[in-house]
Design a binder for this molecule. Sequence first.
Ligand SMILES: [Zn+2]
Length: 171
Amino acid sequence: MSETFCFTCTCCGKRHQGSPSFAFLAPAPWLEQPAEIQARGRLDSDLCHYQDGDGEHYFARAVLDIPIHGVTDPFIWGIWVSLSRQSYRHYLAHYDEPDINSTYFGWLCNYLPWYPDTYALAASVYPLDRVHRPSLTLHEADHELVHDFKQGISMAKAQQIAELCLHRSAD
Ligand SMILES: [Zn+2]
């Protein structure tokens, strides 16, 4: 049996409806760049690249689904992964008509709330159709996020993480 996720928030007392979904607007390394590097680079809702003293850096926004036990829709993270130059170019070349037979290797480039350091966890990136961002699968690692990706999380844990995300700016 599946159902819709909803809970009464212990922070604001409101009823939050639907499986949680949180997205990062940029990869973490981008935010550390000075304005002149950002100005020569690119950041939009799906793609990011910049060049600094180390060379060129390429990123794509993707989707990580964490199953919630007993609920139809997963907990969704919109997160950035770094791609090789070759993968990024391929992704860009097929942007309007994604190559669903391709898979890219990527490193997670955001720090997810709740979890121990999620930066640079290894992932596979699977392009989907043109209206959906690529989906991620995490590679094996001894990490809570990888465990949750594989095993799913309880509704109680989903609520705790969602409350943290929804209200952390109010702290
Ligand atoms: Zn709330």
